[in-house]
Design a binder for this molecule. Sequence first.
Ligand code: GDP
Length: 525
Amino acid sequence: MGNDFKKEVLSRRTFAIISHPDAGKTTLTEKLLLFGGAIRDAGTVKAKKTGKFATSDWMEIEKQRGISVTSSVMQFDYSGFRVNILDTPGHQDFSEDTYRTLMAVDSAVMIVDSAKGIEDQTIKLFKVCRMRGIPIFTFINKLDRQGKPPLELLAELEEVLGIESYPMNWPIGMGKEFLGIYDRYYNRVEQFRVDEDARYIPLNDDGEIDGDHKLKSSGLYEQTLEEIMLLNEAGNDFSAEKVAAGSLTPVFFGSALTNFGVQTFLETYLQFAPPPKARNSSIGEIDPLSDQFSGFIFKIQANMNPAHRDRIAFVRICSGKFERGMTVNVPRLDKQLKLSQSTSFMAEERNTVEEAVSGDIIGLYDTGTYQIGDTLTTGKNNFQYERLPQFTPELYVRVSAKNVMKQKSFYKGLHQLVQEGAIQLFKTVKTDEYLLGAVGQLQFEVFEHRMRNEYNAEVLMERMGSKIARWIDQDEVDENLSSTRSLLVKDRYEHYVFLFENDFALRWFQEKNPNVKLYNPMDQH
Ligand code: GDP
């Protein structure tokens, strides 16, 4: 394929925003979409979140929660780049899909609330990004409010997350006394709440403001200069290589709500964020610039409306160009399929997609053909992309068929949904009971809903609460070690797993059985 194709691929920037609920992800996303001209009014994304938006009839649960398929992927163009933002839902919507979405991006933006610092969900999502070694950019938000001292926030990044950081800019004051940011990268000061023509003050080679400026008389500015000196002397050096390897995060300060620092962030981010990279497969690395189309399915969204049994399979394109109507191979099924019903995602609407290239996400209408993790290929070589990692579930229920007469449809649905990757299945070793594991409550609700609507099977689910799962070697298994506090189960690959009641039970077990090695799949990358 020609230069145009290459240019197209190299213009792609595909990322997810990771954060704890309420850090400002929706607000930042909205501002980014406004810059990209993808939405006209502020409030569009927010309205979706609160359910005021007129949603289509995609999925009842989605409607009830006010989220929408269309907000799963948002695309816009900005100064020569095509940006794809993939949503990673928070709150109750947190699920394995959230983790898997991170398998489909090339970089991540981490939002931190300046008053709260690094929170739980951010840590979990960060770990998954770290495991993939993708670049992570940090936006420290809500500087218009009083928050933690910036140096403390930096220390937290390094201590809690174990990643080096390089502040691209630094706040001058905060809260009521927020004056702006000292921009180390562009060597200028960007003033808060100052009209665009006077907003930027250039800095001289010594990193100071030349001549007279009222900012110079502010003690806050003086303090910023001192902190900048400290960062220059004792802080990390900027290294584009380390950013690319995901071992150093560029840090930006700002206020998404007041749209301050967002454009500066976006423009710098686009310079350092990577275009699609080669990905590992069963036949080696696949070049995104290869002219053979390929991709993998990272998420399947079921339509909960019983009148529409279709689902959407989300495909991350990893090489070549997608053209509507093309025929692809699905190596798992050893089958060829014509992709005629496809869709792309814009912030406000869903369009039929005619063409898309590496880095883009397309949605395929699915009537039960695809599974999460499926590779799609074209050309002579059939291959599979690396298997998606297994994520450690945190919540568990005991599951059984409500109606004993319907065992058959119960087992059929159970096994199909587990195969598809909607939820994880375990079986207790001593009592042969079925347990389901999920990373978020929503997965159970979707499971129950789909069992009823797609398999005509009512299920009973008995909550077991949260557990800490640790895998263990086959030859170390001693069934007598199983108890209510450390329940021995098998996963669907017949591997042994202990489900610990809590941290305390885990530590107690380790002390009593120092020879039993426990593994967490999410630590092994
Ligand atoms: P999400 O849950 O991460 O998507 O967070 P939202 O974007 O919904 O923001 C959560 C709350 O924080 C909302 O009330 C926002 O208006 C508020 N918020 C977001 N960004 C800022 C900011 O920069 N400054 C202030 N003061 N509030 C903000």
